[in-house]
Design a protein around this ligand. Structure first.
Ligand code: FAD
Ligand code: DHB
Length: 393
């Protein structure tokens, strides 16, 4: 089946779905193609922290109704080390900005509902997804969906297909520069049916490694433990996980996470990655397709949203006035924000994770960094500004 659209969007994660929605609001047509099933895309357990700018955008573009009811606004976070917890007052330090805990699956669910309401195409379970002729002004998207081959002629293609997608590899060799760092540890994450025992997140550095207390709702706790990159989840029965979390998170004031039935377990690798530029010909990369941050700063999803907001503005300008100015500036502007988030995520990661280096220097330096953070208004303000997120734009 041969068809035509303005923007071909590869990937129905937060980036692809939000882009489709922002374009729709500007009257721009798109086709979204996703190689996984609808349920898989919704059920994948991933991010949970939305920056202030992401929340404001969701409200502004009409996908904030459930977020307003179910999202948990947090005006602070805790940093724990040496058995003590220290609160960082995000709202006070940033003129009232905050984060909202709302699962990525909920964001994706809301965006799919909005897309389906528009009636514009969204193909799940597509196979053989490919992009063609991206060096030209008439790129194409081909795939097979519901047993039917599709060939979609586009003005532009948005590669929103995540780190393992097909778009970035179609850029000819030599046109992308890759900056990458892998970390010698990973996160073991769980979801548990337990009421959160703190109203705010707790990021902890312990001699046995990093641990993070988070949540999804008033009855579901989300927790992470630093583990080995090749960690075998089968070696982690529930009791071992709870023991380790208790040891790493409990503080001298008697605080510890509530325990409950574990409903999901997984290991997440940690990497910093940037592909530059985020454009080649008619192909624009956005979100994890172009960059990955280690999860410690909670930036990945928010960066994906910031990219597509910028891309939608640029495409809007092109269709309204014929000007390619914003499209041409997309990559450098998006990369500026990306590198700010890379710096922050790397800094949070290196401050809070135990290294295997037998030289104790790094651990002492980390403790000094943490002491400096919790005793300096300026250091706390810097963390707060970055954590709640820079304004879009
Ligand atoms: P993705 O969500 O990866 O979406 C890409 C989509 O493209 C997928 O649906 C994929 O199936 C599809 N696709 C792939 N290949 C193809 C193909 N060939 N054809 C068609 N479709 C394709 N970020 C935060 O901001 N805050 C957090 O608290 C946070 N915590 C995290 C915790 C964990 C455990 C993990 C794993 C990640 C976390 N992140 C967090 C990162 C965040 O989840 C990602 O940055 C975010 O999903 C990026 O969105 P995206 O749309 O760019 O990519
Ligand atoms: C969550 C994930 C993160 O990466 C983070 O820094 C904070 C919270 C979460 O899944 O809740």
């Amino acid at each position: 089946m041969v068809s035509r659209t303005q923007i071909g969007i590869v990937g129905a994660g937060p980036a692809g779905l939000m882009l489709g929605h922002l374009l729709h609001l500007r009257g721009i047509d798109s086709v979204i193609v996703e190689d996984r099933g609808r349920d898989h895309v919704i059920d994948r357990v991933r991010a949970g922290v939305l920056e202030q700018g992401t929340v404001d955008l969701m409200r502004e573009v009409g996908v904030g109704t459930r977020l307003d009811v179910e999202g948990l606004r947090h005006e602070g976070i805790y940093i724990a080390f040496g058995g003590e917890r220290y609160r960082i007052d995000l709202a006070r330090l940033t003129g009232g900005r905050a984060i909202t805990v709302y699962g990525q699956n909920e964001v994706v669910k809301d965006l799919i509902a909005a897309r389906e309401h528009t009636g514009r195409p969204l193909h799940f379970d597509a196979s053989d997804v490919r992009v063609h002729d991206i060096a030209s002004d008439h790129p194409r998207l081909s795939f097979c969906a519901a047993g039917q081959p599709h060939d979609v002629r586009c003005d532009f293609i948005a590669g929103c297909d995540g780190f393992h997608g097909v778009c970035r590899p179609t850029v000819p060799t030599g046109h992308l520069r890759i900056y990458e760092r892998e970390y010698p540890f990973a996160w073991l994450g769980i979801l548990a049916n337990a009421a959160p025992s703190s109203e705010e997140l707790v990021y902890s550095l312990h001699e046995r490694g990093f641990a993070l207390f988070s949540m999804r709702s008033p009855s579901v706790t989300r927790l992470y433990l630093q583990c080995a990159t090749d960690e075998d989840i089968a070696q982690w029965p529930d009791e071992r996980i709870w023991n380790e979390l208790r040891v790493r998170l409990s503080t001298h004031d008697g605080w510890a996470p509530h325990e409950g039935q574990i409903t999901q377990k997984g290991v997440t690798p940690m990497r910093s990655f940037v592909a530059e530029p985020m454009q080649y010909g008619s192909l624009f990369l956005a979100g994890d397709a172009a960059h990955i941050v280690p999860p410690t700063g909670a930036k990945g999803l928010n960066l994906a949203v910031a990219d597509v907001w910028r891309l939608a503005c640029a495409m809007g300008e092109y269709y309204e006035s014929g000007s390619r100015g914003l499209l041409e500036g997309y990559s450098s502007a998006a990369l500026r924000r990306t590198w700010r988030a890379q710096r922050f995520s790397w800094w949070m990661t290196s401050m809070l994770h135990r290294s295997d280096d037998p030289n104790p220097f790094d651990h002492k330096r980390q403790l000094a960094e943490l002491e400096n953070l919790v005793s300096s208004e300026a250091a706390m303000a810097s963390l707060a500004e970055n954590y709640v997120g820079l304004p879009l734009g």
